[in-house]
Design a binder for this molecule. Structure first.
Ligand code: AMP
Length: 539
């Protein structure tokens, strides 16, 4: 196998052109079709001026076109930059600004959204590659190509020069200063994980894998490249199937999935809404989750219902590519309060629990979790300062090699396995989304009508991770209330970052040093004593 991600498509197309590569609703794409159509996209990109190492923005929701585009971008030697179609244009524009893409690919239905994003961007307008429509604005149509143009192009392979060390994609994660952080990941980074994971899980061409997360989350890289490497079928989970837990269950059943790779909040919903029957999903061989702690009662429920499947916890941040450690459940937990470890490092990676002097702490003692090895990103995209604070170069790590400070707290148990404890900062997971509370606060800081505001997270009594709460004070004589603030915030951050609870104060509680007392705020939100504050603030 070569170390280039798109090479697996060419290999599969040569040996099994009629085999199904991707399924999305009623649509099916074979490896042969994927090979040809991605060659055509790659040609269109080269014709549009995209060269090796260029960024290509990619604003296409989960679909067969999206997969063809990703492979086409890689074949053209480009870097794919997924841009969430549902993110506010102002935020997506910062991603465009950071990457200065040579081309942005989108489909006709999203052309207006792309137009809004580009209008907010400071970059000279990149060419917009429109995949399936002719009705587009003048300035864009001058630089665009439609699907009919692409279909005219030769589908023979291209000879571009990329190397495994080249960046394959850049994913943007929430940034505490308000600007999303770009994490560049190379072909080699992904390849290392996929090669291990496919071997460990025994993925082969008889498998039907789920494609659950959107392309701007790194779990999608395993769904996609794991499937293509094995010559398996990738079943993209449709938007309808993610809406309700019973629809998700139906999707797993009807697609006859053999692997279900998802985030804990989805497993939680499915369990709480009792949509899994005893011995359900008979084809399912593996359930894999990553991204946050899976409550043990949920895991016990799943394992009891599906005795025929294996269950594996994967842990890792985007910066270390998909996952860095794993733990396969040897048996159903004996108690509902048992802590599930994040396990041991994947081969080629290391998990280190260190103190503030970068010295290993003793077993059982909680310390900072660092990761080293083959998955590490080269650092944040065009942001040396942020890179220096999180990535420690070998000359500064005291013989530990290059390591990444995750911001997670963990300890090593007596069993030699690593256990996740929590975060050392204000990054949270809510419904599977990675969120820096600082990003929300920075966005609130730009709203004129507010004097001060603070965002805290409290445990959710539901089953979707943390609940985001916002406390704010509006300017005197300003009638701005929570609904107004919420509406303004929606223009600045994605919906999943918009706080669920709001409280309007006359002034925010302060601690002895005069800083906003976030502990106090958390307590008030948890106890519900913020209720009625809005009325009080008005009086
Ligand atoms: P992301 O970059 O979105 O993958 O988020 C990475 C962060 O999610 C990690 O630094 C952890 O805080 C958390 N995380 C990822 N996997 C797990 C897991 N299996 N258990 C607990 N937390 C996790």
């Amino acid at each position: 196998m070569t170390g280039l991600l798109h090479a697996s498509v060419t290999r599969q197309a040569a040996s099994r052109p009629e085999a199904t590569a991707v399924v999305f609703g009623e649509e099916r794409l074979t490896y042969g079709q994927l090979e040809k159509r991605s060659n055509q996209i790659a040609r269109a990109l080269l014709n549009a001026g995209c060269g090796t190492g260029d960024s290509v923005g990619f604003m296409i929701p989960k679909s067969i076109d999206a997969i063809i585009s990703i492979i086409g971008i890689l074949k053209a030697g480009g870097i794919y930059i997924p841009i969430d179609v549902n993110s506010p244009p102002a935020r997506s524009a910062r991603i465009i600004d950071a990457c200065e893409p040579a081309v942005v690919l989108t489909t006709g239905s999203d052309i207006e959204k792309l137009q809004l994003v580009l209008a907010e961007s400071t970059v000279e307008r990149p060419a917009g590659g429109v995949l399936d429509s002719d009705g587009m604005p003048d300035w864009l149509s001058a630089q665009s190509f439609g699907m009919s143009d692409i279909a005219q192009l030769s589908a023979t392979p291209l000879l571009t020069e990329s190397s495994p060390e080249d960046v394959a994609y850049i994913l943007f994660t929430s940034g505490s200063t308000g600007i999303p952080k770009g994490v560049p990941i190379s072909h080699a980074n992904v390849f290392a994980f996929v090669e291990w994971a496919n071997g460990y899980f025994g993925v082969d061409s008889t498998d039907r894998l789920s494609g659950h997360t959107a392309f701007h989350f790194d779990l999608s890289a395993y769904d996609l490249f794991g499937s293509l490497f094995a010559g398996a079928e990738l079943h993209l989970v449709t938007p309808e199937a993610t809406l309700l837990p019973n629809k998700t269950a139906e999707f797993i059943r009807q697609s006859k999935l053999t692997q279900w790779f998802t985030v804990p909040s989805i497993l939680n919903y499915m369990s709480k809404f009792r949509v899994i029957a005893q011995d359900d999903f008979p084809d399912l061989r593996r359930v894999i989750w990553c991204g946050e702690v899976l409550p043990t009662p949920t895991l016990v429920d799943w394992m009891t219902k599906l005795p025929h499947a294996s269950f594996t916890n994967l842990y890792g941040p985007t910066e270390a590519t998909i996952a860095s450690s794993y733990y396969r459940m040897p048996s159903i937990p004996k108690s509902l309060t048992e802590t599930i470890p994040i396990g041991q490092a994947c081969p080629g990676e290391s998990l280190l629990i260190l103190d503030e002097n970068l010295k290993p702490v003793e077993n059982g003692v909680t310390g900072d979790l660092y990761i080293g090895g083959v998955g590490l990103s080269r650092g944040y995209w065009r942001d040396d300062a942020k890179t220096r604070t999180s990535f420690i170069e070998p000359e500064h790590s005291g013989g530990l090699g290059r390591i990444y400070k995750t911001g997670d707290l963990a300890y090593v148990g007596d069993d030699g396995l690593v256990y996740f404890v929590g975060r050392s900062d204000t990054q949270i997971k809510s419904r599977g989304y990675r969120i820096e509370l600082g990003e929300i606060e920075t966005a609130l800081g730009t709203i004129d009508a507010l004097v001060e505001s603070a965002v805290v997270a409290i445990p959710s009594d539901n089953f979707d991770g943390k609940l985001i709460c916002c406390a704010f004070v509006s300017k005197e004589d300003d009638r701005t209330d929570a609904v107004d603030v919420k509406n303004q915030l929606r223009l600045l951050v994605p919906d999943y970052m918009v706080p669920a609870r709001w409280a309007q104060y006359n002034s925010l509680p302060k601690n002895a040093s005069g800083k906003i007392d976030r502990v106090q705020l958390q307590k008030q939100f948890s106890e519900g004593s913020t209720d009625g504050l809005a009325a009080a603030a008005r009086s």
